[in-house]
Structures are given as structure tokens and as C-alpha cells.
Write a protein that binds this ligand. Structure first.
Ligand SMILES: [Zn+2]
Length: 133
């Protein structure tokens, strides 16, 4: 299933929040300051890391969005244009391989698969949207 432009914009907004780039943490509709109004850990058994439910809203217009997001450490096991397999270790120390849909640059994934480097993946609403560090 392809990501529509609303969801893509939302994921970009949440990725900036997670990466902590304050200067660009702006409303995609009016450019106003976005405010986090809720960020709570969720009970989840289907993910290798603690998931957070986050709700943000714009201080100037009616834009608001919510997403479930978390980061995991792992390496790129395999990928294609739509899917990525991440292999890594969960918080409890067990090995996992998870398959996600992704919005990450193909060349970057290609490079990471070749090197096998352990990196941090940002997952928003079950999509891998960024590789951090
Ligand atoms: Zn706004």
C-alpha cells in the first residue's frame, strides 16, 4: 500500500520531532510552531522497542496529528523499493528480524546492506522513515 501525501507529510513532521531538529519543527500547513501535547509510552508486544504515542498540534492553525513511533538499532538485512528487513536485538537481548515498509533512500540502504553497519531506524506508524547516525 502506497503512502498518501498526507501521511508522508505527517511522517516527515514526526521524524523532525524525533531527531530533535527544533528549527524545522514547523507546521506543514502554515509554518507555525508545533507543540507536543502528548507523548506516552504504549504497552506493545509486537515491537522490539518501546513505542510512543505522540500527539502534536500547531500553535497558529488547526493542524494536528498523532502517530506511534519508536527507534530500533539494527542492520539492513535485505530491502527492495517498498520493504526493508531489519535485523537486530530487542531491549531484552533477543535477536529479531522485522519487515517494514519504508521511505528511505535506496542508495543509502544499498550502502548499509553492503557495510552491515548497525544504525538506528526511526519507525513511525510502522514505516521506516529515517536512518539516524
Ligand atoms: Zn499551522
Amino acid at each position: 500500500m502506497a503512502v498518501n501525501s498526507y501521511n508522508k507529510t505527517k511522517m516527515e513532521v514526526f521524524s523532525k520531532l524525533w531527531i530533535g531538529d527544533d528549527h524545522s519543527f514547523r507546521c506543514p500547513e502554515c509554518g507555525g510552531q508545533l507543540i507536543v501535547i502528548q507523548a506516552e509510552p504504549l504497552e506493545s508486544y509486537d515491537t522490539p522497542a518501546t513505542k510512543y504515542e505522540t500527539v502534536i498540534e500547531c500553535s497558529s492553525c488547526s493542524y494536528h496529528a498523532r502517530a506511534e513511533s519508536y527507534t530500533i538499532l539494527g542492520s539492513v538485512k535485505d530491502f527492495d523499493m517498498e520493504h526493508i528487513e531489519v535485523s537486530g536485538w530487542s531491549e531484552s537481548g533477543s535477536r529479531f528480524v522485522y519487515k517494514y515498509e519504508h521511505l528511505v533512500d535506496y542508495n543509502l540502504l544499498s550502502k548499509l546492506r553492503k557495510t552491515g553497519d548497525i544504525v538506528e531506524f526511526l519507525i513511525v506508524d510502522d514505516y521506516v522513515i529515517q536512518v539516524i547516525g
